[in-house]
Design a protein around this ligand. Structure first.
Ligand code: ZN
Length: 312
């Protein structure tokens, strides 16, 4: 009986660690071109139901090794991604790109290093800076609370190598060209083009049939980035969320933003307030009403558009 208090103390002092079997349910990888695979996560916010997993992890198999882009939202999601990756190649992961600071895209880094501890992690310099300045704890806490603690055991493994706009990483015979900005979806965004395959990974600057949460970004920047994605004229576009496709969905997002900004500007000039604008915009944007998170993001988008117009 005397051992009981000691046991209790041990139980309460032991940090919660993710066990090796602690992994989200498997999602299939889709081969989107000769050397590139994408797992299209379910669209929506992280939840207990989706076990935190809702982004589009991808990998590119080069002559020397594998390059991973955005391995997911938690160590549990990253482990699922690594298990699917290993079904497609025996080569080691040598590099990981994180498209931006939002945790659904990079908290899976830990799972990559569990298997390949020497992989190089690359991101926007402001992503690295913000992660070190508290965005790491913010996203770990948010992910855990949104999933009722499912992601416990996840640690923030922050990239160490900075990627600049226009920089090219030559890896295993492929060229990864960076198109970055500091005013788009999260102000820490990389778009990555594989030159030889003409594939563009847009990160969350472009989503497919999903309305964007722009609380950390600007319309001005994300519209510019969307146009840049179109100008690059890629054969294949891999969005941060939603299905991979051709330029059609990129042009759809551009049209959506153009309608929204034009209409907000017109009504702002007429002296209308945001709550008067909302029903008008819901009508003008009705072609997009079935997009994921359309309803949730419409109000905040209008407020942001007004703020940006006022700052012009
Ligand atoms: Zn995201």
């Amino acid at each position: 009986m005397r051992i009981a208090p000691l046991l209790a103390a041990l139980v309460f002092c032991t940090p919660v660690l993710a066990g090796p079997k602690d992994v989200v349910r498997p999602y299939p990888a889709q081969k989107v071109s000769a050397d590139t695979y994408v797992i299209h996560g379910p669209q929506g916010l992280p939840s207990a139901a989706n076990q935190s997993f809702m982004n589009n992890p991808a990998w590119i198999i080069t002559a020397e090794g594998v390059v991973v882009i955005d391995p997911g939202s938690s160590v549990q999601a990253g482990r699922m991604v690594m298990a699917q990756l290993r079904k497609t190649t025996k080569k080691p992961v040598t590099h990981v790109f994180n498209t931006h600071v939002h945790g659904d895209h990079w908290l899976g880094n830990q799972a990559v290093l569990e298997v390949w501890p020497n992989a190089t992690l690359i991101a926007h310099p402001d992503m690295i800076r913000q992660a070190k300045a508290g965005a790491d704890a913010f996203w770990l806490d948010l992910m855990s609370s949104m999933t009722n603690g499912y992601t416990k055991g996840t640690r923030a493994v922050i990239p160490t190598v900075e990627a600049a706009d226009g920089q090219e990483f030559r890896i295993g015979g492929k060229t990864f060209r960076i198109h970055s900005s500091d005013d788009a979806h999260s102000k820490t965004d990389l778009m990555i083009r594989i030159v030889e395959d003409n594939i563009l990974f847009t990160g969350d600057n472009v989503l497919n049939r999903q309305s964007m949460n722009l609380r950390d970004g600007t319309f001005k920047g994300v519209i510019k980035a969307t146009q840049r994605a179109l100008d690059l004229d890629a054969k294949i576009y891999v969005p941060g969320h939603g299905k991979t496709g051709d330029r059609t969905f990129v042009a759809e997002q551009k049209a959506y933003f153009d309608i929204l900004m034009t209409e907000v500007r017109r009504m702002y000039d007429e002296g209308k307030s945001d709550f008067e604008m909302k029903p008008v915009l819901a009508g003008k944007l009705k072609a997009y009403k079935n997009w994921a998170e359309f309803e949730t993001n419409l109000g905040p988008m209008i407020s942001l558009a007004i703020l940006e117009i006022e700052q012009e």
